[in-house]
Design a protein around this ligand. Structure first.
Ligand code: FAD
Length: 285
């Protein structure tokens, strides 16, 4: 196992953990236990996905209520594609009544075959709507793509659209996951060159399962560097080796990101504690 080099890590870097709403009572119990283990690392907040992977929107609100009741700040994700203003207004009111102070505003994805219906077309429209309707009631996070959103025309076009979301009122950003610290640094430099000073927090995907990672990455446009892909493939079904290698890769990435000034780390936990805790152990966090 590798050891973190003391001077390259920060025990105080901000953390956030992302969960998806569980679909069964057993899943909810399991997630409660996972959260307790992760709370020991004192996250700034935990976020809960919305409508992703077939999860229900009511599940998001319930999970957010559970987290808030546990004394931790909770940020629901809210996607707008295919939604009406009335339905979004309803979600915002529910979040506010539950005590939510921060949310992650997204476009979302329609299942293939759906046209672009609804009253919102891009996340920027949602950010502007939230500011119009609710003023500064919420701290708004938006998504960022250091390796470009898969539907964008070009990296520059995507960057401009990211800037639009910030100018519409977003306070900070969480990135899609990636395994190239250089792509992150470049993106942040480009954002700063546009005169925008929003924090851009890297999204971190721990590596525990190679086929799942390769499948996800195909869909969301995250690049798995060739050397990582080949190593993962060479382990076949040897989950122990995949985990050990994944831990090493992700811990080194996080160290590099922190050393280059990342303001925090947002972990895509996939409702599991182990892999995230292993990386945090390596970081001394
Ligand atoms: P946008 O910022 O609207 O961008 C989408 C695309 O449209 C980009 O290619 C952009 O360049 C382009 N674009 C933007 N504005 C314009 C314009 N004016 N004209 C032309 N093109 C434009 N999905 C879920 O369903 N639920 C979740 O909970 C969820 N959580 C996520 C959390 C994070 C941190 C991230 C990074 C992603 C998450 N996603 C989630 C996935 C996200 O919904 C998809 O990546 C989606 O395809 C884009 O959402 P967005 O908010 O980035 O969209």
């Amino acid at each position: 196992m590798r050891m973190a080099s003391a001077q390259s890590v920060s025990p105080r870097v901000n953390l956030s953990f992302e969960f998806f709403p569980p679909k069964t009572p057993e899943g909810a119990d399991k997630l409660r236990a996972v959260r307790q283990r992760l709370y020991a690392r004192q996250p700034e907040f935990c976020s809960v996905t919305f409508g992703a992977g077939g999860s229900t929107q009511e599940g998001t609100l319930q999970t957010v209520r559970d987290i808030l009741a546990e004394g931790v700040d909770a940020a629901p994700h809210l996607s707008c594609i295919g939604a009406s203003r009335d339905s979004v207004r309803g979600h915002l009111r529910d979040f506010q009544a539950a005590g939510v102070k921060r949310l992650v505003a997204l476009r979302g994805d329609l299942p293939s075959g759906y046209g672009i219906g609804g009253e919102f077309h891009h996340a920027r429209d949602l950010v502007a709507f939230i500011r119009d309707e609710m003023g500064s009631a919420f701290h708004i996070e938006v998504a960022a793509y250091p390796e470009m959103h898969p539907q964008a025309k070009s990296p520059l076009d995507d960057l401009q659209h990211f800037a639009d979301k910030v100018r519409a009122g977003a306070n900070s950003a969480i990135t899609q996951y990636f395994y190239s610290a250089a792509a992150y640094r470049r993106f942040v430099d480009d954002v700063r060159a546009l005169g925008l000073d929003v924090p851009v927090v890297p999204g971190i995907m721990p590596i525990t399962n190679s086929s799942q990672l390769l499948r996800f990455s195909e869909v969301c446009g995250a690049e798995i560097p060739r050397w990582i892909r080949l190593r993962l493939q060479s382990y076949g079904d040897d989950r122990e080796s995949i985990r050990a290698f994944g831990r090493e890769v992700v811990s080194s990435l996080c160290e590099e990101l922190i050393a280059s000034g990342a303001p925090g780390l947002h972990f895509y936990t996939l409702n599991q504690a182990e892999a995230t805790l292993a990386v945090l152990d390596d970081l001394g966090r």
